[in-house]
Write a protein that binds this ligand. Sequence first.
Ligand code: NAP
Ligand code: MG
Length: 465
Amino acid sequence: MKAHEGMYIAGAWRPAAGEDVLEVVNPADEQVIAHVPAGTAEDVDAAVRAARAALPAWAATPPAERAARLAALRDALAARKDEIAETVTAELGSPPAFSQAVHVGLPILVAGSYAELAASHPFEEKVGHSVVHQEPIGVVGAITPWNYPLHQIVAKVAPALAAGCTVVLKPAEDTPLTARLFAEAVHEAGVPAGVFNLVTGLGPVAGQALAEHEGVDLVSFTGSTAVGRRIGATAGAAVKKVALELGGKSANVILPSADLVKAVNVGVANVMSNSGQTCSAWTRMLVHRERYEEAVELAAAAAAKYGDRIGPVVNARQRDRVRGYIDKGLEEGARLVVGGTEPPVARGYFVRPTVFADVTPGMTIAQEEIFGPVLSILAYEDEDDAVRIANGTVYGLAGAVWAADDAEAAAFARRLDTGQVDINGGRFNPSAPFGGYKQSGVGRELGAHGLAEYLQTKSLQFQER
Ligand code: NAP
Ligand code: MG
């Protein structure tokens, strides 16, 4: 696997300021596959300066030319499809087919969508005797997690570049190699020097330095609620704009009229995909009391079918954390119907696909984000009870509703305090706004709503004639 040394700053790969390195580990076999430099505040400062220096020219670049660079970026990612998929599999552990289809396929679509939006977005509008210009917000500090290592990067960098912003990216320490391939693609796409910069390193060091840097105008963060809260506080104190994509504990609500077999099977697949490491995963399944046992049986069979086909979780800490939640579920009296804490294989950070029944709304496994292949099934008495349970967490990122017809499901979905709901298995739309209600976050990503996050308005008033 080839990887450049150092950091990508001001259009070139340059050595890090310090000597420290991070180990990159393959979670499927626990082998060290690479080292990358652990960036410091000094590297972050150099990157932010480069981004500031590049800002005026990039902000003044006509949207059509920014669109052309984004189209070239989409093509550069597509040309590296196999290499990126192999890298995601090596550092995240995701099965190869999922890496190809989702980890690489989705970001290519999103990059393409921003090439189109940059070309078509009306960056000015008339409001009475005013002309309102939408201008880039400035230098963006992007901090991303490991769970969708390329998607999380593209979901921030593509709209930022479309808007005319410049970017410094601090990717997750577990998945820096995918971020480097992305930087290579940006370079190949002819994006001018300094418009995009990459600093690898640890969250509390490089990430924090980026979030605190006074040369950053907007901090866009995806990750845990705990870190997001701190970043929000830091940004608030500096009167800096912040976008936070945080955790979730989404509900998959199966109404009595639904096709139970389909709803349960799609629901289980949704939780097990990416080994449960999806912030929008429907980790709580809500089933009417009368169909509860039937649903539990179906879910157990569906989860058992996954067996050893799911990948590992990203690292030993996540594996231990997920197992801790499984223990907690048992302790609090939930009924384990499949899976458990026993390691399925001797090597690698694998967790068995796990399903709990008889989960009650107050249990830890019904309230906290587990971020592993663990499904909790809860019973409800009637629709009002289902709404109460579904809305009864601090989160509100996503969800699903199933019913005999779309109108019935949609009416129920309107009662959920959440940013996205899939109706009867409606598939993910990479141009629809994605983001959280309540503690799932602030702001939206993807599509035109995602672009708006990187723009600020300037109103010019003209004399009325
Ligand atoms: P995390 O610590 O919040 O990591 C997200 C990003 O923030 C990483 O790049 C991380 O760097 C960085 N970071 C960490 N501490 C920071 C700080 N003090 N200042 C600035 N940046 C900082 O999340 P995690 O530890 O990887 O995962 C923990 C939990 O977060 C998961 O179990 C899950 O519940 C949740 N999570 C949610 C999402 C989501 O999409 N909403 C994604 C991933 C994780 P390092 O990589 O060096 O830590
Ligand atoms: Mg961390």
